[in-house]
Design a protein around this ligand. Structure first.
Ligand SMILES: [Fe+2]
Length: 196
């Protein structure tokens, strides 16, 4: 048996840098077409924003063996499309029985969670807060602050991501919008299949 070597890595809270990352991906603004309610605002922003990286992930994958873990960081840019805060595409795990944890490093945001029955839960993510994503819950992170939102995640190596579930449901049941002051509030997504 060839044992996987233990590792440690420094994680930088301000910019999410993970020194031993061996994987990374970036999402550009243009990749998120159709995600936001206000398509007109999206189109208006597109010329200026198209190529900007709105979130990026760095992760460490030792192996894809069941029982192993993937850990990494996400950095999300602040901003809004119309009234709606910048968010990740969101997903359920392909092996939906797999859970995940998020640990806030800097910035302010929330994790929007939806159960297969359509229950909606929200948990804050900020420095020092651990959020547990139970098995089966669809999850999406949202930057509700004015600075980058940076957090650490851990999930099973064989969990995978089903990004299509949100598309098939025509979005998550709730949208995260500005409350008109400095905060956020939830708003029904009328397009969601959960309402039809
Ligand atoms: Fe996940």
């Amino acid at each position: 048996m060839k044992w996987i070597a233990p590792e440690s890595s420094q994680v930088f809270s301000e910019n999410g840098k993970l020194l031993n990352a061996n994987g990374r991906y970036q999402k550009h603004f243009r990749d998120l077409e159709g995600l936001y309610e206000d398509g007109e605002s999206f189109s208006r922003m597109l010329p200026e924003w198209s190529e900007k990286v709105v979130y990026q992930v760095e992760d460490h994958r030792a192996s894809e063996q069941p029982g192993d873990l993937i850990y990494g960081t996400t950095v999300m840019m602040p901003g809004k499309v119309g009234n709606e805060f910048f968010m990740t595409r969101g997903h359920q795990h392909q092996k939906a029985e797999c859970a995940e944890t998020y640990f806030g490093l800097s910035g302010e945001g929330i994790l929007l969670l939806e159960s297969p029955d359509g229950d909606v839960e929200v948990r804050e993510i900020r420095a020092g807060i651990m959020v547990y994503v139970p098995p089966y819950w669809i999850h999406r992170s949202v930057n509700t602050g004015n600075t980058d939102l940076v957090f650490l995640f851990n999930y099973p190596s064989d969990a995978g991501q089903d990004y299509g579930i949100i598309e098939r449901n025509r979005g998550m049941r709730k949208r995260v919008v500005t409350d008109g002051t400095n905060g956020w509030e939830l708003k029904d997504n009328e397009d969601s299949v959960k309402f039809s």
